[in-house]
Design a protein around this ligand. Structure first.
Ligand SMILES: C[S@@+](CC[C@H](N)C(=O)[O-])C[C@H]1O[C@@H](n2cnc3c(N)ncnc32)[C@H](O)[C@@H]1O
Length: 449
């Protein structure tokens, strides 16, 4: 059967999957600050969306959903990891598989995956909410037909062409330098604040039309018009501060334009294929609330680090039934030191050793060799960041403070004067996104000198 004639069956099967999907058992594992609504979630997005609708009462509660799913490219994508080791000298950057975009049963399987999630996203959107689907030439034509079916043709708003310059070329076709974003409203009334842009006059000369305001810059005369549907925005550059190393990371400027034009401060924006958390980072900058979900540990750890650095408050959630186990081990030394400051005591936490679970890391040959050598000579270079909860409630780690390893060994040790002698918890994340938790009860004074 041709794919075209198979489309109704694909949508039917996707609808069944959506109806039969059960909510995942998502639990908060960690919190930063007090916010209840910003979420970073590690897990399968279909069962997470069901969880949001059924257990968090968010059906009809989300104003904007942006998704940038795998594009059906038939490739595996990697995260580029760079670490430093003063003990081994320059460490070459290496790559680790971040996510796969390969579909054993072809396009049918891919389209069914996307369509079942589209049904779920529609449930979560508010009546005046909207959905942005980010794709490229591989499947956008089929997905538009499916979205017309699920969202209704009349609710289609725009097909945005995002044009960029970077990437490769080929002798066999014109250089592919754009992605396509399909923009739909849940209903027919989607409030939109369209930004203005410059439109240069022909030959860049003044027109002097009555009542039309004209401006001039170094390129010539122009007027300000409502933004058009072709957007020229650069990809995240190699040396940009924004760059996380996560493959297929999108620029914040693109997401700021989308979120800024369709939502107001305080409204909820969600991204269920969040990767390194670009949509959440843009939402955070613009004062929106946000939800970011991804199935990969690596993606979630990149997103957590990025949002923590941006000063955001958030909860981290995981599907309790799908915890990834690692056999890696972390050694942490805790010292309590008397100070001369009002007789107060200082707690010193130091990560002293790390034995990673190398055999279970999705590394290629070269990366495995580098990691093996680092783990023997300087295993602490494999720690990325850690956070401390100095008032641990025995259940949820609430990060009072994060330590990032941006400079040599910065994150290995922390010192803090304690106000209270209760439980503390330490959450350590390695450069592969593996998380280790340690807790300690200081009230009993156990094991502490
Ligand atoms: C193209 S990337 C997103 C990149 C992101 N926009 C950014 O700027 O970093 C797609 C992401 O979707 C995630 N993903 C794919 N299928 C998923 C699923 N069923 N549930 C949750 N995440 C999924 C992958 O792990 C990957 O990180």
């Amino acid at each position: 059967m041709s794919l075209l004639s198979g489309l109704p069956g694909i949508v039917e099967a996707a609808k069944k999957e959506y109806e039969e999907t059960k909510s995942g058992d998502f639990r908060t594992t960690s919190k930063k600050g007090n916010s209840l609504s910003n979420l970073i979630v590690q897990g399968e997005n279909l069962s997470f969306m069901k969880y949001l609708a059924e257990k968090r009462g968010l059906a009809g509660g989300i104003k904007l959903i942006y998704v940038d799913p795998p594009f059906f490219s038939g490739t595996n994508y990697q995260a580029r990891i760079k670490t430093q080791s003063p003990l081994t000298g320059e460490v070459p950057a290496f790559k680790i598989v971040a996510y796969e975009d390969k579909w054993a049963q072809g396009m049918d399987e891919y389209l069914k995956m996307l369509a079942s999630r589209l049904f779920m996203m529609k449930d979560l959107l508010s009546e005046d909410g909207c959905l942005w689907m980010h794709l490229d030439w591989h499947v956008v034509h089929y997905v538009k037909i499916i979205m017309d079916e699920i969202f209704g043709e009349k609710n289609f708003i725009n097909e945005i062409i995002w044009h960029y310059k970077s990437g490769g070329t080929s002798k066999n076709h014109f250089s592919r330098k754009h992605d396509t974003l399909l923009f739909y409203g849940k209903g027919t009334k989607t409030p939109l604040d369209i930004p203005k842009e410059k439109s240069y006059n022909r030959e860049r000369k003044p027109y002097r039309f009555k009542g039309v305001k004209e401006y001039r810059d170094e390129l010539g005369w122009y007027t300000m018009v409502n933004m058009k549907d072709v957007w020229h925005i650069d990809m995240v550059g190699r040396t940009s501060n924004e760059r996380t190393g996560y493959a297929t990371q999108k620029p914040e400027a693109l997401l700021e334009r989308i979120i800024g034009s369709c939502t107001k401060e305080g409204e909820i924006c969600a991204d269920f294929f969040c990767g390194a958390g670009t949509a959440a980072a843009a939402a955070q900058k613009l004062g929106r609330r946000w939800i970011a979900c991804d199935g990969g540990d690596m993606a979630v750890s990149f997103a957590e680090k990025r949002l923590a650095k941006a000063g955001a408050s958030f909860e981290i959630m995981k599907d309790a039934l799908k915890e990834r186990k690692t056999e890696g081990k972390i050694d942490i030394k805790i010292e309590i030191i008397n100070t001369s400051f009002e007789g107060k005591k200082l707690i010193r936490t130091e990560i002293t050793n790390y034995r990673p679970d190398i055999k279970n890391l999705p590394l290629e040959k070269e990366g495995r060799k580098i990691i093996k050598e680092l783990s023997e000579k300087d295993s602490l270079s494999l720690i990325d960041y850690f956070s401390m909860d100095f008032d641990y409630d025995g259940e949820i780690h609430r990060s009072d403070v994060y330590y990032f390893k941006d400079r040599e060994n910065e994150c290995i040790c922390c010192e803090k004067i304690l106000k209270k002698w209760g439980k503390i918890s330490i959450k350590v994340t390695d450069i592969f996104g593996n998380v280790f938790m340690k807790t300690l009860d200081l009230s009993a004074g156990a094991g502490i000198s």
